[in-house]
Design a protein around this ligand. Structure first.
Ligand code: ACO
Length: 443
């Protein structure tokens, strides 16, 4: 803390270059706050006080300008359209890697050797089964239960099957719980889907790859073995890769916030599934499909675009809080869509989507506002081609995001800087009221 300068000397005189000088005009006092990694510590503002009031705090609903952690998992540069997991560009991972390898990368921080990958794949493959009681309670949901509600409840319930998961300080214990969760998510997700259809639950087929097994649990009927078309397996695997992490998004923040209480990882991930369930997070691709259906044909596009420009409509699947040039995931998904439609036949809505994109990318309204297709513009079309009902879209997102949630959880529990997440508030209510008993109030 320094006294306010009496002259017009620059406020930063004498202060370190890597600092921020703040002058409290209520008192005239100046403070030098250390800048590290282009941030100041919010706690350092606590020294700025007026009389006996509590120290100064920041007000940041939605954490739009607050870093809550240091992380080395995912890097995003929204202006340049860059997304990297552990330093590797998403384009290269989507093209050359597999979801299981990406899951390894996210959690371990480096790509596996052949022996490490084989061991990882073996572990995940042999933990795909769940306790029979999980099956019983999933059968107990109402016939029309939303699959995300079922997924959230069943992931949370796994904590009761693995009470040792509470021992989050033991690295081996953490490892086995992460393996179990990545392995069992497709089983729980597929069974949520089958339940709504009144179809029998299909057990995992451990001869199949991670994603091929998921498709088998979703769609197998009476055949001995379910062999999905390899192009569909690859497309879904790519979609899982694209959704595997996205730094401090709402559901990851929920996982970290709940995880900061040192609860077991199943409970923390259940919180992430809950956050993803919300329409502002995991639900936009469903809205894209509704929009495309409403537009109905190419002839109606100009009128729709006019509606967007007049503020009466929103072009769903366009725009992003972070990506302002393009969403790198959207480009990859567009390619996957072509591969899927080569197998399933073209979704008639694709024609409308392509034309909308073409017009929007040339139109000044969208260009000026830097609105580009985001990950959700084409993903719903692909999921529909797989014959998933819209309620399942977010379940697919959750399966893909699980390794990211776990990598972030692991980072959290190993980070000495982290504390229980407990924000401040600005209290706006009454104070010191005298309680009047109901016998007097209602007399
Ligand atoms: N259609 C039409 N206009 C839009 C759109 C859109 N999809 N998105 C933004 N705009 C306009 C806004 O009206 C605003 O215009 P103005 O300056 O004339 O007022 C301007 O572009 C800036 O938009 P903001 O709302 O400030 O951008 P923000 O970063 O807050 O919002 C968001 C980002 C929520 C993604 C927004 O673009 C949107 O609602 N898009 C449609 C929904 C969607 O596709 N969501 C999925 C996002 S990806 C994901 O979550 C996985």
């Amino acid at each position: 803390m320094t006294d306010a300068p009496a002259t017009d000397a620059p406020a930063t005189a004498g202060a370190s270059k890597e600092s921020l000088t703040v002058r409290d005009n209520r008192t005239g006092v100046e403070y030098d706050l250390k800048i590290t990694d282009n941030t100041i510590r919010a706690a350092d503002l606590g020294q700025i006080k007026l009389g006996d009031q509590p120290g100064l705090a920041t007000y940041d609903p939605g954490f739009v300008n607050t870093a809550s952690c240091r992380s080395s998992v995912t890097y995003i540069d929204g202006d340049k359209g860059i997304l990297e997991y552990r330093g590797y560009p998403i384009e290269q991972l989507a093209e050359n890697s597999s979801f299981l390898e990406v899951a390894y990368l996210l959690i371990h921080g480096a790509l596996p050797t052949k022996a490490e990958y084989d061991a990882w794949e073996h572990e995940i493959t042999y933990h795909t089964f769940v306790h029979e009681n999980v099956k019983s309670f999933m059968e107990g949901f109402r016939y029309d239960a939303h699959p995300m509600g079922m997924l959230m409840a069943s992931v949370g319930a796994l904590s009761t099957f693995y009470p040792d998961a509470r021992n989050i300080t033991d690295p081996d214990n953490r490892h086995i719980q992460m393996v179990r969760m990545i392995a069992k998510m497709p089983t729980l997700g597929a069974w949520s889907f089958r339940h709504a259809q009144g179809k029998p639950f299909i057990y995992p087929d451990n001869d199949l790859s991670y994603t091929a097994n998921f498709l088998s649990m979703l769609f197998k009927m009476s055949e001995k073995k379910y062999g999905a078309d390899e192009r569909l397996v690859k497309a879904l695997d790519t979609l899982f890769i694209l959704h595997a992490d996205h730094e401090q998004n709402a559901s990851t923040n929920a996982v970290r916030s709940v995880g900061s209480t040192q609860v077991d990882p199943y409970s923390a991930v259940a919180a992430g599934v809950g956050a993803l369930y919300g329409p502002l997070h995991g639900g936009a691709n469903e809205a894209v499909l509704r929009m495309l259906r409403r537009i109905g044909s190419k002839q109606n596009i100009p009128a729709f675009i006019e509606g967007v420009k007049n503020g009466n409509e929103k072009l769903m699947g366009f725009g992003h809080r972070v990506y302002k040039n393009y969403d790198p995931r959207a480009k990859i998904i567009k390619k996957s869509a072509e591969d899927v439609f080569a197998v399933t036949g073209t979704n008639p809505l694709l024609e409308i989507a392509l034309e909308l994109e073409k017009i929007a990318l040339e139109d000044e309204y969208f260009v000026k506002r830097r609105l580009y297709p985001n990950v959700d513009f084409y993903s719903g079309l692909i999921y529909e081609a797989f014959q998933f009902p819209p309620e399942m879209f977010t379940v697919l997102f959750a399966i893909g995001r699980t390794p990211g949630w776990l990598a972030q959880w692991l980072e959290l529990v190993q980070d000495k800087d982290q504390k229980i997440a407990r924000p401040k508030q600005i209290y706006t209510g009454e104070r010191g009221l005298d309680f009047v008993p109901s016998s007097e109030r209602w007399a």
